[in-house]
Design a protein around this ligand. Structure first.
Ligand code: ATP
Ligand code: F6P
Ligand code: MG
Length: 535
């Protein structure tokens, strides 16, 4: 296994909510002390910062405030495991690649924009093939599962795991778990071969089926053990990654030689640290069709109003990017930015003015926006889905009703309102070309990590480079649009809508966002396009 630094320590860290703050404090302390720390110093600092055990953290310090947040390796708890030369060395396609194997010490920086004198900060282990692997091809018994909501590209990832394992490493035993987590113990598996998955990337949805709820760690790991599965590829969103973390902990507790790998999936783009999730681009592209239709309808009527509801439970990325791409949108409403309807500076006053000025308008609303307002007006109790996610009230219908009600009172101001709800349409399509390439690279990075014996990680691009990120980093919070960043300002500038925020709201948003979650490009809150060349 690759040794990183003399001061590598495995620690029992704080509960997840406190983890980020603890890590920040730890890094600051390391930097202040101008480390090169001894393992004793580092252990003491980590212990102080991390009072209660939850999941294992592997931290390694370096000079200039460098901290590697490493991922578990099978040899951490199975030290006698044998390593083998990577068979890719003899692969005709790959053997010609100069420096095909990633350097043992390569890491990927979490923060790409730094200042003179600032700490080097958190790094993650770079993804990619290693010189040595910990599985013989005929020993591998892999399983793939898809969980949570649909997302363009699910089938592409499934296909590329099956074909990648087969083509790169000569692995022939791969099964699909049907119907999400509960399929581990409630359903039969389905055999997956390069032939059986050959065409699936052209279809939306997931050929394996998916579900919410039903996560029973003990039963899942029993099933893994009984079936002799030693590599599990788990494709899903933030909830799924939390489930994957508990599965890996149990696998390790039982001392099983089984790599547990997470592949982040969500059209909401609500997963932290990573550049963006697969399927997001496709969903934004698909949303353009709905916005175009709303615009055409609105333009063709007297005082035409088009309302489009898009997905985005807690994060308004789809609405934000679809609005910026379209340029036909007059108002974009997202969960992160509170708004109000009545009175001065409210949405209804703005709508009236925009109709007087332009004769038509388009509103894009993310499904999670305005939930407090609706709940207040309807006095409804919270309901949840099988995974525990809050069920949303239909903000689109509610908004249309409020707008119609407002203009009904104004006899001299007739409007024509059309409501378009393409929510499920934007996630049920197959991935577009760039998402498909992205899905292939994710699958390959996942395979290389598992074959090299790494476990307990989510694979994804961080600042354009694929990295292995420990589960706890992915699950500690959700990625949100930072409304005090320039990207949201661009939206407000392009739509010329009111910002609806009071001074207190802005202050509060600033406090919440001590660390912008999406990667920074030139200091902005903006998504980095993962280059297919940067693996
Ligand atoms: N805290 C948790 N611990 C263990 N398992 C969880 C947890 N939260 C969710 N899960 C399980 O993960 C699976 C998917 O979760 P969820 O329905 O929240 O979707 P998701 O993975 O977040 O994807 P998306 O939100 O993009 O649809 C479910 O089977 C659920 O039971
Ligand atoms: O598939 P369901 O249970 O209707 O859930 C829909 C939710 O799934 C997502 O597509 C992904 O979390 C959200 O945008 C949306 O709120
Ligand atoms: Mg989720």
């Amino acid at each position: 296994m690759e040794a990183d630094a003399a001061c590598t320590v495995v620690v029992a860290p704080a509960p997840v909510a406190a983890a980020a703050a603890d890590d920040k404090a730890l890094q600051q302390k390391l930097f202040q002390l101008k480390l090169k720390p001894s393992s004793r110093t580092l252990t003491a600092l980590v212990k102080k910062a991390s009072p209660k055990p939850a999941a294992k953290k592997k931290l390694a310090g370096g000079s200039g405030g460098y901290v590697l947040e490493d991922v578990p390796h099978l040899t951490d708890y199975l030290p006698a495991l044998q390593a083998f030369p990577n068979p890719l060395q003899n692969h005709p396609a790959y053997s010609v690649v100069k420096q095909y194997f990633v350097n043992a010490d390569d890491t990927v920086a979490k923060k790409i924009v730094v200042h003179k004198g600032s700490a080097r900060g958190t790094h993650f282990r770079r993804a990619g093939p290693r010189q040595q692997v910990y599985f013989q091809p005929d020993e591998v018994s892999a399983a793939i599962v898809t969980c949570g909501g649909l997302c363009p590209g699910l089938n592409t990832v499934v296909r590329e795991i099956v074909c990648g394992l087969h083509d790169m490493y000569g692995v022939t035993s791969v099964v699909g778990i049907e119907g999400g987590y509960k399929g581990f113990y409630a359903r039969n598996t389905v055999e997956l071969t390069p032939r059986s998955v050959n065409d699936i990337h052209k279809r939306g949805g997931t050929v394996l089926g998916t579900s919410r709820g039903g996560q029973d760690t003990a039963k899942i790991v029993d099933s893994i053990q009984d079936r002799g599965i030693n590599q599990v590829y788990i494709i899903g969103g933030d909830g799924t990654q939390k489930g994957a973390a508990t599965i890996q902990e149990e696998v390790q507790r039982r001392g099983l030689k089984c790599a547990v790998v997470g592949i982040p999936k969500t059209i909401d783009n609500d997963i932290v640290v990573i550049d963006k999730s697969f399927g997001f681009d496709t969903a934004v592209e698909e949303a353009q069709r709905a916005i175009n239709a709303a615009h055409v309808e609105a333009e063709s009527a007297e005082n035409g109003v088009g309302v489009v509801k898009l997905m985005g439970r807690n994060s308004g990325f789809i609405a934000m990017y679809a609005t910026l791409a379209s340029r036909d949108v007059d108002c974009c409403l997202i969960p992160e930015s509170p708004f109000y309807l009545d009175g001065k500076g409210g949405l209804l006053e703005f709508a009236e003015q925009r109709l007087r000025d332009n004769g038509h308008m388009v509103i894009v609303v993310a499904e999670g926006a305005g939930q407090d307002l609706i709940a207040k007006s309807m006095n409804l109790a919270d309901a949840h889905d099988a995974s525990g996610n809050k069920l949303l009230l239909d903000v689109g219908l509610w908004l249309c009703h409020k707008i119609k009600e407002h203009f009904k009172k104004k006899a001299s101001f007739p409007i024509t309102l059309k409501y378009i709800d393409p929510t499920y349409m934007i996630r049920a399509v197959p991935s577009n070309a760039s998402d498909s390439v992205y899905c292939s690279l994710l699958a390959h990075s996942a395979i290389h990590g598992a074959m090299a014996g790494y476990t307990g990680f989510t694979v994804a691009p961080v600042n354009g480079r694929h990295a292995y990120i420990p589960f706890y980093r992915i699950t500690e919070r959700q990625n949100k649009v930072v409304i005090t960043d320039r990207m949201w300002a661009r939206v407000l500038c392009s739509t010329n809508q009111p910002c609806f925020l009071s001074h207190e709201d802005v202050e509060k948003a600033g406090q919440d966002d001590d660390e912008p979650n999406v990667p920074l490009v030139e200091g902005e809150n903006s998504l980095v396009k993962a280059s297919p060349l940067l693996l």
